[in-house]
Design a protein around this ligand. Structure first.
Ligand SMILES: O=C(O)CCC(=O)C(=O)O
Length: 279
């Protein structure tokens, strides 16, 4: 498959060594502003349909330990079912060609998450790996976060512990959102990644990450796209959601798309392969 965009060998080596990569200017500033408006309009529609913004608050219980104000995090899963603009963004080769340099030519969607951290009380994320939420066999799973505004430290930028993906899966505390022990893993231990509108930050699901409170007067608006190599199967039937298994680039060589590409069917299919006795 022809690629229009790519990563340099240095960028690929950086990702492999550090477990994350900052990609400046994937979208233009104008595009980022348009996606920001699309995101806020979606959240307004959802709030109206569900009786107010409180119904959309996805702040983790554990985030209360990191802020004095009641934490607020407006959220929508799988935005591609709400707006075609987001569907187009998921398959945009400016994203997918670059991700292909990290996990191979075939890229499959796991889920998407829109977050708005509102001004002043936008909730932090305590440090965690994403692995406990949706463990997979080959650890190709990675997230790409699109940032739709300039996001310096004080707007709650993403923070990571470089190289932590090499530690493998770590024990997490499930209560209040799966997170690492707060005393052992304070947010200050992580490196902040300040970004500009239109930038993307990519990180492996084993990379320890989190983010701070939005203390500014402007919202912080992001779209997180979680992706995997389609030959990387889930090891538990968890975090199932509509839309899982959609191909964003290339093909699914396992031809597992019928009748159901959800993680549950992929999990069951992996078990049946593992239990099959050799002929
Ligand atoms: O948006 C952020 O700051 C981090 C999101 C995150 O860590 C997550 O959804 O697992």
């Amino acid at each position: 498959m022809e690629a229009t965009y790519s990563l340099s060998p240095e960028q690929v080596a950086f990702y492999e060594e550090n477990g994350y990569l900052h990609l400046p200017g994937v979208l233009s500033r104008e595009e980022a502003t348009a996606y920001r408006e699309e995101a806020h309009a979606l959240i307004r529609r959802l709030a109206q349909a569900r009786g107010g913004e409180d119904a959309l608050n996805a702040a983790w219980g554990s985030s209360r330990a990191l802020t004095d104000l009641p934490p607020k995090l407006l959220h929508c899963h799988n935005v591609q079912y709400h707006s075609a603009a987001f569907t187009r963004l998921l398959c945009d080769p400016r994203l997918t060609d670059r991700i292909a340099c990290l996990i191979g030519p075939n890229i499959q969607l796991h889920h998407t998450k829109l977050f708005i951290k509102p001004p002043e009380q936008g909730a932090p994320f305590p440090l965690h790996q994403d692995y406990p939420y949706f463990p997979h066999a080959k650890h190709t799973m990675l997230a790409a976060i699109f940032f739709f505004e300039d996001t310096p430290v004080e707007r709650g930028c993403l923070c990571v512990i470089p190289g932590s993906h090499k530690l493998g899966p770590l024990p997490h505390i499930p209560e209040g959102g799966w997170h690492l022990p707060l005393e052992q893993y304070p947010l200050e231990a992580a490196v902040p990644i300040p970004v500009e509108a239109g930038d993307v930050v990519v990180f492996n699901y084993l990379t320890i990450h989190g983010s701070g409170v939005n203390r500014t007067q402007e919202a912080r608006t992001t779209l997180l796209v979680q992706m995997r190599d389609p030959t990387d199967f889930p090891t538990q039937a968890v975090h199932l959601s509509r839309g899982q298994g959609l191909m964003l680039r290339g093909i699914d060589p396992t031809a597992d798309a019928d009748p159901d590409t959800s993680s549950r069917s992929r999990y069951l299919s992996q078990l049946s392969h593992a239990n099959r006795t050799p002929e």
